[in-house]
Design a protein around this ligand. Sequence first.
Ligand code: NDP
Length: 434
Amino acid sequence: VSRNPAEPEFHQAVNEVLDTLEPVVGRHPEYIDAKLLERICEPERQIIFRVPWVDDTGEVHINRGFRIGFNSALGPHKGGLRFHPSVSLGMVKFLGFEQVFKNALTGLPIGGGKGGSDFDPKGRSDNEIMSFCQSFMTELYRHIGEYIDVPAGDIGVGAREIGFLFGQYKRITNRYESGVLTGKGLSWSGARVRTEATGYGTAYFVQEMLAANDHGLEGRNVVVSGSGNVAIYAIQKVHQLGGRVVACSDSGGTVHDPDGIDLALLRQIKEVERARIAEYPERRGGKAVYVAGKTVWEIPCTVALPCATQNELGADDARTLIESGVVAVAEGANMPCRPEAVRLFREAGVLFAPGKAANAGGVATSALEMQQNASRDSWSFEHSEQRLHEIMRNIHADCFETAEEYGHSGDYVLGANVAGFSRVADAMLAFGVI
Ligand code: NDP
């Protein structure tokens, strides 16, 4: 803590992982001798930079940009960029640390990284977003590359922002280096299913987890927090798999639609109009309600998918969910459940899938985008989705079997941490002390 002051999210993420590694380091004293636990918690590099830009009224703004290359034992640094006023060094380090294990779980050749800025895109015009992205890339371009570090989107960074970032990279470097960023548009080297991948992957993981524990998704009531990229496509896939999502939310409140969320309407409001979900009930003809200040956890369900942001689900929310009979919780977002909530779920026998396993579909599909870019190829939607489905099945099996192997059957947190850590640790050992 004294070495990394004022980084509470990073401490939380490190504690959560280290708490579960005892069984594996017990079997592998060479990890201790090589100081792998200490090494894996120290990012390979951290870049902090100034991002000056001018708004539509001519006012100058100064934001702070970050890029952390956390670990490249398995491949180039890989992870998203987050644009949100809460972004700080500690937050980027927590996300980068998680990313290392998540990327290892995909089984694909990608290391872990993360970045972003405390820039707030809410209410900004397209021109302002472009101005910010161009300034951000004017510094970032010298630190990234197909074989070095490959950023992608995250909160506040979607296809529009990736477009502005890629355009500036191309302009500065004079290279059409498609593999330098993922999450690109389909007409300019993007990959099918990338937009849907994280949400779809979370739904597939839940399906696997329920099936492995004698439950099914068919006919189950599901709640999903958030109404952004991950939430929207988790809702779509849950519906396709036979579940019914009865609630979603944003930072202002919750929509409750007992007949099941009308996805076409939600997408129109969020993706086309970039408006707020408070508008949903009226346009749904009064079949739904929106309650300001309420969370989705208050709505009875069998499956809960936190898909909004870190630490959004606390101990009281966990108690409410347990009382309402929740059977499974899977993290579509990164670290949305507080440690006390995770403990309560596990004690109550609720199946719990940590984000580094349940939301790995996004980065896995980004790695598939890199494969397509490297081979100048473009796969069909069906083929890409099949690959995603297979990857999520493998991640589930990996977590499930690792937990069994270490005598902690059904403990997906331990399974994910141990499986991810072992893969990275073995590669680091092979490279010697670097
Ligand atoms: P978006 O920016 O598209 O959406 C975030 C959503 O969460 C918005 O609807 C936002 O509402 C809502 N939200 C924010 N805070 C709260 C809160 N306290 N309570 C309820 N809703 C809230 O981001 P993404 O969907 O891309 O990412 C969501 C999470 O998933 C993040 O943790 C991200 O790191 C993680 N993730 C994303 C991946 C991806 O491929 N996109 C990959 C892996 C993980 P509002 O508009 O009001 O802020």
